[in-house]
Design a protein around this ligand. Structure first.
Ligand SMILES: CC(C)(COP(=O)(O)OP(=O)(O)OC[C@H]1O[C@@H](n2cnc3c(N)ncnc32)[C@H](O)[C@@H]1OP(=O)(O)O)[C@@H](O)C(=O)NCCC(=O)NCCS
Length: 168
């Protein structure tokens, strides 16, 4: 059975593994070509998130015992934009096109409403057509192209900024 639940510190190992797998895909979907955090760092991050309540959240999708997807949310720290949160998500290649990405966006909206966040934003690479299609189908719109905004494997790359205004 597939279900979504908040991530626990004990999920750190499988989450780093999932990130490594998705990061190393040829599509170059994510910011780095390898997992950014060690298992220990991920565990510490998940512990901090558990205490952060309305400031950040991580959800996982489990298929039986296996973690097959992740959603991360982080609220903007500036008081003038505390109604905004950034999100990131990934689904294991084995589990794509089953509606998991869409369910994670629905979960993001539920979290946003509970946290008083009214705008969700994200960055996506221009070549990531699957993700752009998912976001546009859901209702995200393009807010701009940020040129040379990230360095991926030593090269500056453009990224599209997209956002979704959470309906009241
Ligand atoms: C992008 C990603 C999260 C989509 O997850 P998913 O679970 O496969 O998406 P869903 O099954 O919920 O798809 C919902 C809709 O998005 C669109 N979509 C998703 N994948 C698509 C693809 N490969 N091609 C075209 N449209 C696609 C479709 O409209 C789809 O609806 P449909 O299947 O009824 O046609 C997933 O492909 C992924 O993890 N990719 C690698 C990591 C990544 O790119 N993360 C986002 C970084 S910004």
């Amino acid at each position: 059975m597939i279900r979504i639940r908040p991530a626990q510190p004990g999920d750190a190992g499988p989450l780093v593994e999932l990130t490594s797998q998705v990061s190393s895909e040829e599509g170059a979907w994510l910011l780095a070509s390898e997992a950014r955090r060690s298992v220990g760092e991920e565990r510490r991050y998940l512990k901090a998130v558990r205490r952060a309540h309305q400031h950040a959240a991580v959800y996982v999708v489990v298929d039986g015992e296996r973690i097959v997807a992740r959603l991360s949310l982080a609220r903007d720290p500036h008081p003038a934009s505390r109604h905004v949160a950034d999100l990131g998500l990934m689904v294991a290649a084995s589990h794509r096109r089953r509606g998991i990405g869409r369910s994670l966006l629905e979960q993001a909206v539920v979290w946003a409403r509970g946290a008083g966040v009214t705008k969700l934003e994200l960055h996506v690479f221009p070549w990531n057509e699957p993700a752009i299609r998912l976001y546009e189908t859901f209702g995200f719109t393009r807010e701009g192209l940020r040129r040379g905004h990230y360095v991926r494997d030593g090269v500056q790359v453009d990224v599209i900024l997209m956002a979704y205004h959470v309906p009241a």
